[in-house]
Design a protein around this ligand. Structure first.
Ligand code: ADP
Length: 163
């Protein structure tokens, strides 16, 4: 049981739809601690750094559609800290394609894009949230998005009473 950090992005659709408060609430409710927070307009170079292996994994069309989508408006980036934060955050976010994401997850409750639709129409997957996929990815992404002095250390009430 280790305390770890993970990177979450609220993608341009989440910001534009005014879902920031409700999405953040879910992470706070689960006891995850916000230790870094910023708003950013991604550009082509930075998007490539963030999704450095996406083209390799899914091809140029998916990369181009996703990169274009991520630059449509500002995103909110934050670092969450907690016990097994990487898998816990993924569990709260839900699976990539919202139509298959369980009800109760962020993607399952607030979005509806399906894989078949996105592939047949060449559309993006407007799935609201990015969350690091594993511990190595989390380390890379936290370092990419935040410098050391943008990460904060403090004690939550829950920590004070739980540990
Ligand atoms: P996740 O965001 O659930 O970790 P991936 O790492 O597999 O998913 O993919 C990263 C992002 O790339 C997805 O969230 C989505 O925005 C986009 N993406 C992945 N696969 C597709 C696809 N088949 N069509 C369109 N966009 C896709």
């Amino acid at each position: 049981m280790s305390v770890e950090r993970t990177l979450v992005l609220l993608k341009p659709d989440a910001v534009a739809r005014g879902l920031v408060g409700r999405i953040l609430q879910r992470f706070e409710d689960a006891g995850l601690k916000i230790v870094g927070f910023k708003m950013k307009q991604m550009d082509a170079d930075f998007t490539r750094k963030h999704y450095f292996d996406l083209e390799e994994r899914f091809g140029k069309d998916v990369y181009d559609a996703t990169a274009d989508f991520m630059q449509r408006g500002p995103v909110l980036a934050f670092v969450l800290e907690g016990v097994e934060a990487v898998p816990n955050v993924r569990r709260i976010v839900g699976t990539t394609f919202p139509n298959a994401a369980p009800v109760g997850t962020i993607r399952g409750d607030f979005a509806h894009t399906s894989k078949a639709y996105s592939e047949s129409q060449g559309k993006v997957v407007a799935n609201l949230v990015h969350a690091s996929g594993n511990s190595d990815e989390a380390k890379y992404e936290v370092d990419l998005w935040f410098s050391a002095d943008e990460i904060f250390s403090y004690e939550t009430v829950a920590e004070r009473f739980t540990f």
